[in-house]
Design a protein. Structure first.
Length: 297
């Protein structure tokens, strides 16, 4: 190898000696990778919907990130989104960096009680969410189909929901982001729904409580959906007891299943509050975050 070829694969050491790039790479410390599993909380469930204080409370709770909601919907033409204000948005970004609390995802929780299939102006709402995601550098949005979009109780809404999710998928794919949907369907039925939508930008935002309330095996539901269909997980049950006391979830088995699947990502705490002390936000969410970290981290 002549000198020019060698220099192309080497650098000059402090004593003027040529060091091959392979040796240099071995000498440098490797950059820290993100943990395989990270723990977040929902800002609306810790009573800090679109409030700057959500970041400090999340840190006090002991979580790694916060799922930020788009704001209320009601009869407005779109979400009551304070983050359209660049000053407020920059405050959120600055606080996130200052406290090292990530924004795990952006939520459209307004659709818990609104009909995604029938509400006018859905395309505008989806685009507003995507714009906010891009401005916050967030890759995942949460879209619950909710009570009004329950495809088990309202199967007649399926064609409209598929049509609208196909359109949302095009919007999301163009922006390079993913919209995760929560449905009442079994994992097998949700796979069929996702196949019909046929968009890489529409995935499952899996919620443990849906499987549990439906009497389905949690591990099998996760395996059926698989690594590539699940973008994020609401890692909680309905309110009643803390996760560590929940007889319906064997969290060690959940981790084993997710490990074997090769899945990685955010586990977001939504509920699982102690029914005897439901208003104790810090106590409930701190207990659940500590328990999840003891298993997943």
């Amino acid at each position: 190898m002549d000198r020019r070829q060698f220099i192309g694969r080497a650098v000059i050491g402090s004593a003027g000696v040529l060091l091959p790039m392979q040796l240099l790479a071995g000498a440098l410390p490797k950059a820290d990778k993100e943990p395989r599993y990270r723990i977040a909380v929902c800002d609306w469930m810790i009573l800090k919907r679109q409030k700057l204080g959500a970041f400090q409370l999340t840190k006090d709770i002991g979580a790694d990130g916060v799922e930020v909601d788009m704001g209320g919907l009601g009869n407005r033409p779109t979400f009551d989104n304070k983050l359209t204000d660049p000053v407020i948005r920059q405050q959120f970004l600055d606080k996130s960096k200052e406290l090292n609390i990530a924004i795990s995802s952006v939520a459209m929780s307004g659709f818990y009680a609104q009909s995604f299939a029938e509400r006018p102006g859905v395309d505008t709402m989806i685009q507003d969410c995507i714009n906010t995601m891009l401005q916050l550098n967030v890759k995942v949005a949460f879209l619950p189909l909710g009570v009004e979009g329950d495809l088990i109780k309202h199967p007649e809404l399926r064609p409209a929901i598929i049509t609208r999710l196909k359109a949302a998928g095009l919007q999301a794919a163009k922006a390079g982001v993913v919209i995760g949907i929560e449905t009442a369907l079994s994992a097998a039925a949700e796979v069929k729904l996702l196949d019909e939508i046929n968009s890489p930008a529409i995935k499952s935002y899996f919620n443990f409580s849906n499987a549990i309330q439906g009497g389905r095996d949690l591990q099998e539901e996760l395996r059926t959906l698989g690594k590539h269909r699940i973008c994020q997980i609401h890692c909680t049950d309905t309110d009643g007891v803390w996760l560590q006391n929940d007889p319906h979830i064997n969290m060690h088995k959940v981790k084993h299943t997710l490990d074997k699947m090769g899945w990685r990502g955010w586990l977001v705490i939504e509920r699982s509050r102690d029914a005897n002390d439901a208003k104790n936000v810090k106590g409930n969410f701190s207990a659940n975050a500590a328990y999840l970290k003891s298993i997943f981290q």
